[in-house]
Design a protein around this ligand. Structure first.
Ligand code: MN
Length: 289
C-alpha cells in the first residue's frame, strides 16, 4: 500500500519549479507517492516531473476535475468530445510518468450544478469513461471515479451511485474512488460505503471535514480505516488538504477555499503522513484479537 499526498499541499503553481518543489516536499514529509493535479494535461511538464520523481524515488498518480467546456456528462457533443480528448491526454501524461492511476471528478464538471444530471448526460459520461478506461488499461493505468459531494457534481454523490455507474460502463475495468471529506457530507457512515464498493474500491482520499489538519474535524477516521482493513484494501491512500495559504487558480475557487486553515505545509504534510501510517499500524493489530 502506498501512502501519498496531493500536490496542492505544497504549491498551486505547476510549472517546472513548482513540480520539483512539490515532489521534493512530498518525499521530505515521508510519503511514497505524489498525486499531481493535472487540470490541463496538455501543458503539464512531463519531462520535469519524471526527472523529479526519479530523483526522489516517488510514485505518481494524477487527478483532475473537468469544467463546463469539457463536461462529458453534458448533452453538448462538442463538450463531450473535448472532455474525452482531455482525459485521453491525461492518460498519456500518466503513462509517460509511469503512473498507475487516473482519478478525480473525471465523469462530469467539477462545479455546483443547478439541475440534476440527465439520463442522456450520464450515458454520455459512461460511454466516454468506458473508452478512456479501456485505453488506460492497455498502458497499465487504472481509472477511478471520485464520489464527491452535491456541491461539486450532480452525477456521483454516494458510493452506491458509483457502484451502479461503473457497473454500466462495460468492461473498462473502472474503479471507485472514495474521499472521506465527501463521505462525511453525503454517506450514512464511514464504514458501509467501503463495504458496498469493496471489490471496486481502487483509490482513497483522506481529508478532514474542513479540509485542514487530520484529527481536528468531525470525520470518523477510525471507522473508515477499520473498513479498509476489513476489505483488505491495498490501493493508494492519499492525503488531500486545502488552505488559502496555497492557491491554485483552477481548483481553489471552485472548491470554496476561502479560509487559511494552515500555513506550514511541511508540518501539515509530516503530521498527515504520521497520522495515516499510525492508523494502519493500529488496525493491523486487530488480527490478534
Ligand atoms: Mn478528493
Amino acid at each position: 500500500m502506498k501512502i501519498g499526498c496531493h500536490g496542492l499541499v505544497w504549491t498551486g503553481t505547476y510549472d517546472a519549479d513548482g513540480i520539483r518543489h512539490a515532489v521534493r516536499k512530498t518525499r521530505d514529509a515521508g510519503f511514497d507517492l505524489i498525486e499531481f493535479p493535472i487540470m490541463d494535461p496538455f501543458s503539464f511538464d512531463v519531462a520535469t516531473a519524471r526527472a523529479a520523481l526519479d530523483e526522489c524515488g516517488l510514485a505518481a498518480t494524477g487527478s483532475l476535475g473537468l469544467d463546463e467546456s469539457t463536461d462529458i456528462s453534458s448533452e453538448d457533443r462538442s463538450a463531450v468530445r473535448a472532455g474525452e480528448a482531455l482525459l485521453d491526454r491525461a492518460v498519456d501524461v500518466l503513462a509517460e510518468l509511469g503512473g498507475e492511476h487516473l482519478c478525480g471528478i473525471i465523469y462530469s464538471a467539477m462545479r455546483k450544478y443547478m439541475e440534476p444530471a440527465t439520463p442522456q448526460g450520464v450515458a454520455n459520461s459512461q460511454a466516454v469513461i468506458g473508452r478512456v478506461a479501456e485505453r488506460a488499461r492497455q498502458v497499465g493505468i487504472k481509472v477511478s471515479v471520485e464520489v464527491t459531494n452535491r456541491y461539486e457534481s450532480n452525477v456521483l454523490n454516494t458510493a452506491r451511485q458509483a457502484r451502479e455507474f461503473v457497473g454500466k460502463v462495460g468492461d473498462g475495468d473502472v474503479g471507485v474512488h472514495l474521499d472521506t471529506y465527501h463521505m462525511n457530507i453525503e454517506e450514512t457512515d464511514m464504514f458501509s460505503p467501503v463495504l458496498d464498493t469493496a471489490e471496486l474500491l481502487s483509490y482513497v482520499h483522506i481529508g478532514e471535514s474542513h479540509r485542514g489538519y487530520l484529527g481536528t474535524g468531525s470525520v470518523d477516521f477510525d471507522s473508515f480505516f477499520r473498513a479498509l482493513d476489513r476489505i483488505g484494501y491495498d490501493g493508494p491512500v492519499v492525503f488531500e488538504s486545502f488552505s488559502s495559504a496555497v492557491v491554485s487558480p483552477d481548483l481553489s475557487r471552485m472548491l470554496g477555499i476561502w479560509r487559511n486553515l494552515w500555513s506550514d505545509s511541511d508540518e501539515l504534510g509530516a503530521h498527515a503522513n504520521a497520522f495515516i501510517r499510525d492508523k494502519f499500524t493500529a488496525i493491523a493489530s486487530i488480527g490478534h484479537h
